[in-house]
Design a protein. Structure first.
Length: 45
């Protein structure tokens, strides 16, 4: 296995990890959004 293949594999894994984290953050945002809104309304009222 050459250096090019190792770099390509590293870049691919890095991109997949970044996409996984972004997808998880978006999913968490939409799951928790409604709860956050109700908590803020309780705090201010």
């Amino acid at each position: 296995m050459g250096i090019y293949e190792e770099n390509a594999r590293f870049i691919l894994i890095s991109l997949l990890l970044a996409l996984y984290l972004i997808f998880g953050a978006i999913l968490f945002y939409y799951v928790e959004r409604e709860n956050e809104i109700t908590e803020r309304l309780k705090k201010f009222h």
